[in-house]
Design a protein around this ligand. Structure first.
Ligand SMILES: Cc1cc2nc3c(=O)[nH]c(=O)nc-3n(C[C@H](O)[C@H](O)[C@H](O)COP(=O)(O)OP(=O)(O)OC[C@H]3O[C@@H](n4cnc5c(N)ncnc54)[C@H](O)[C@@H]3O)c2cc1C
Length: 502
């Protein structure tokens, strides 16, 4: 049916109208977007100066550190040499107000590579160097009042780009560290119950190496990570696994109380008796989503010996034998876990650096197996013996293997030797899965492993177990991904981009 007076639109007219409608939609949308420095609503220089004054000079201009390497810009200077040298270390990015551990988190927009373009477009515009809840509140209130995007950065280790944001005002917790209070028992604020375990209260920017060290002086430890610079704020809000998690639960499960600043600028305490919804949400519910944590109280544990068995193996590159052995390994993990063993497995089906001509490239595997509080010094070796014998009996002529065994006096001394020593300063894209124990059979694993890790390799962390499955977080539950309560392994694979200018 045709309506009188209406003609079908030509394709040009249709495209023109569509484009107008699209522009109207974008404009309508941008009024609800956060301000950018190009908008009239962006705070004036005098407003930023007033904020800086209120913060007693804690406002920093967000300058990408690698501007020092670009002769076309005003930031060009001799420190480029040191920046290039430090770019692959996590500490460098932790200590810089705006830099992230992975280049792609800042959109690769300013790298220490003089031949590439450099712009500040991937970075926050201003940073507040906070050391107290009051500083955080001032930043949150300013961002809310002026419609400025807010960001929270601690170490900048986040794999999902959540600790940086272009055009933002960033809250940097690098110096909100320490201020430790040690408790023999802990009574959450406003509660009549006393929790009868030891605990520590610390600033949210406190980082793993410092916390382990401080607790070591009290002959204690806690559930925390294996990356030296990872902070309490990011670890606990992300769930947090440790070599002791299979016995005691995840990092989020250990929290007794948090002090935080909400998006409305309220400084409050959340625990099992007050602000219970926030208390639930911040434990595993995602970094910076529900507010900014400023202090946390978490359970601590007595420091006990920990046995470590390090096993490495080499075989032909990406061969069937390699995947057969890996599948066999995985099928053995549930039994090891039942015997209280935790494991960090690193699979490299291709070598990271190809050997020079004439040498065969090798596929390799390294496993760090740990057993807390071994009943006898060689308890872990005994558990390993049948696995080692099976590998030798089945694949001896196609593999070279190496094993060492040590009993460390406590987790801290093990951490000092085995802390994550991977490199920052590259592009990194990560994918991960939580694997339940029942799928770890040899037949099922072989094709899945090749499919999942065949090209890039990856890491399999056997860090879950009864302690995570049966965890009893305060208040009854927390926001940790429920898949953790059935998983045994946190498996991750990653794509690495080029290493820049090192
Ligand atoms: C080398 C290395 C080793 C690691 N080892 C482990 C490990 O053993 N176990 C483990 O579970 N994980 C480990 N991780 C992962 C690590 O826990 C996460 O990357 C975590 O998000 C890092 O937190 P962060 O605060 O240090 O980093 P950031 O990147 O600064 O922050 C991560 C997220 O938390 C938010 N955030 C940070 N502080 C606060 C705060 N005070 N309040 C509210 N939100 C906040 C940020 O906005 C961001 O969204 C490791 C990562 C690396 C790079």
């Amino acid at each position: 049916m045709r309506f009188a007076g209406l003609r079908p639109l030509s394709i040009q007219t249709f495209l023109h109208i569509s484009s107008l409608l699209y522009q109207i939609r974008v404009q309508a949308h941008s009024t609800s977007c956060k301000a950018t420095p190009n908008d009239v609503s962006w705070p004036s220089l005098s407003q930023w100066a007033t904020l800086n004054q209120t913060l007693s000079g804690r406002l920093i201009h967000g300058v990408p550190p690698a501007t020092a390497c670009h002769s076309s810009g005003p930031g060009f200077n001799a420190s480029c040499v040191e920046i290039e040298a430090a770019w692959s270390s996590f500490t460098f990015h932790q200590d810089n107000p705006v830099s992230s551990a992975w280049n792609n988190m800042n959109n690769d927009s300013c790298l220490p590579d003089p031949t590439a373009p450099c712009s500040a477009a991937g970075y926050p515009i201003y940073v507040v160097n906070v050391s107290s809840a009051d500083h955080v509140k001032l930043a949150v209130d300013f961002a809310r009042a002026n419609n400025v995007r807010l960001n929270v950065k601690a170490s900048g280790h986040d794999y999902l780009k959540r600790s940086t944001a272009p055009y933002s005002l960033s809250i940097w917790t690098r110096y909100m560290v320490g201020n430790y209070e040690f408790h023999d028992t802990f009574q959450p604020q406003g509660c009549s119950t006393t929790i009868n375990t030891t605990a520590v209260t610390a600033d949210a920017g406190s980082y793993v190496a410092d916390i382990y060290h401080r607790l070591d002086q009290h002959n204690q430890t806690l559930i925390d990570g294996m990356g030296k610079e990872v902070t309490m704020g990011g670890y606990v809000t992300g769930g947090g696994h440790s070599p002791l998690s299979h016995m005691y639960g995840l990092g989020a499960d250990q929290v007794y109380q948090v002090e935080m600043v909400t998006p409305m600028g309220d400084i409050l305490t959340a625990n099992e008796c007050q602000n219970t919804d926030l208390f639930w949400a911040v434990r595993g519910g995602g970094g910076s989503t529900f507010g900014v944590l400023t202090r946390l109280t978490v359970r601590t544990l007595p420091a006990t010996p920990i046995a470590v068995y390090k096993f490495s193996l080499q075989t032909a590159v990406n061969s069937t034998v390699y995947w057969e052995i890996m599948s066999y390994f995985l099928s053995q993990l549930p039994a090891l876990s039942t015997a209280n063993v935790s494991a960090f497995l690193y699979l490299y089906p291709y070598p990271e650096i190809m050997p020079s001509e004439g040498l065969d490239p090798k596929a390799s595997f390294e496993g760090i197996f740990t057993l807390p509080s071994p009943s006898v010094p060689n308890a872990l070796e005994d558990l390993w013996l049948p696995i080692y014998s099976h590998i030798n009996a089945t694949w001896a002529d196609q593999t070279t293997t190496q094993a060492t065994s040590t009993v460390f006096p406590n987790l801290y001394s093990m951490f000092l030797q085995y802390a994550d020593d991977s490199r920052a300063g590259v592009d990194k894209v990560v994918g991960s899965w939580l694997l339940p124990p029942e799928i770890l059979t040899e037949d099922a694993m072989m094709p899945a492993l090749v499919d999942f890790l065949g090209e890039a390799g990856g890491r399999l962390y056997m860090v879950s177990g009864m302690g995570v499955w049966d965890a009893q977080p305060r208040g009854g539950s927390d926001a940790v991904n429920p898949a953790w309560r059935k998983a045994l392994i946190h498996a991750g694979t990653f794509e690495l981009g080029c290493v820049v200018a090192i």
